[in-house]
Design a protein around this ligand. Structure first.
Ligand SMILES: C[S@@+](CC[C@H](N)C(=O)[O-])C[C@H]1O[C@@H](n2cnc3c(N)ncnc32)[C@H](O)[C@@H]1O
Length: 207
């Protein structure tokens, strides 16, 4: 799925997510696959944090579990369910959710993420995100169905309200097979001014 470019973008996704994660946070790996993002997340949330990982391929989950270092094992819950069901398994208030779409490298290339379940999962992810939290979405365009999926993700992002900010992290001229990496952030609400004696305080500039 794009070799060097994919490698560069997975690193970019992890760097962007790492900047938002603190120890003790809760996170979700929406597509566990070979477990590289899972490993990163489990390290980043620290000893008091936790990561929930989803994949529809049990073999992928077993491999990812096996590859996870012993000291990170207790920080991870792996679920053999589609990511579209994450809302039924994870409580809201999650700091970061990573989607690395497409097929399992080294696995069956005909088992891929799909437009309908990916969009349902993004909706669920947004519902779980803590204010200030982020979702990374790496969408590949070179495999059958990938281009349509990347377009559906872009269309979904454009429909979101202003409280959901997003940026394309690799805005180089899009070649037909270039993957797309999006970072979605849920904006923190401004705190309403405190009322004093039935009136809101007036700022100095207002006189
Ligand atoms: C590109 S791989 C993920 C790579 C992984 N993040 C890593 O770091 O190794 C995509 C994975 O998505 C999984 N997948 C496909 N449909 C899914 C769904 N509805 N829910 C969860 N995982 C799904 C595939 O089985 C595959 O393992």
């Amino acid at each position: 799925m794009g070799g060097d470019v994919a490698q560069r973008l997975t690193t970019l996704a992890r760097d962007a997510v790492a900047a938002r994660l603190a120890t003790g946070d809760r996170a979700v790996d929406a597509t566990v696959g070979n477990g590289h993002d899972l490993h990163f997340l489990a390290g980043a949330v620290g000893a008091d944090g936790h990561v929930w990982g989803f994949d529809i391929q049990e073999g992928a989950l077993c491999g990812a579990r096996r590859r996870l270092p012993a000291h990170l094992q207790h920080r991870v819950t792996l679920l053999h369910h589609g990511h579209e069901h994450m809302g039924a398994h994870v409580a809201p208030g999650v700091a970061a959710i990573m989607f690395n779409l497409g097929y399992l490298p080294g696995g069956d290339h005909s088992v891929t993420t799909r437009v309908d379940t990916t969009i349902a999962a993004l909706e669920a992810a947004l519902g779980l995100l803590a204010p200030g939290g982020c979702i990374s979405v790496l969408a590949y365009t070179g495999h059958p169905g990938g281009r349509e999926e990347a377009q559906a993700v872009a269309a979904w992002l454009r429909e979101q309200p202003p409280s959901c900010r997003w940026v394309l992290l690799n805005p180089e001229p899009p070649a037909a097979r270039t993957p797309r990496l999006y970072l979605v952030s849920l904006v923190r609400q401004q705190r309403a001014p405190t009322r004093i004696g039935g009136q809101y305080p007036r700022s100095k500039s207002m006189g």
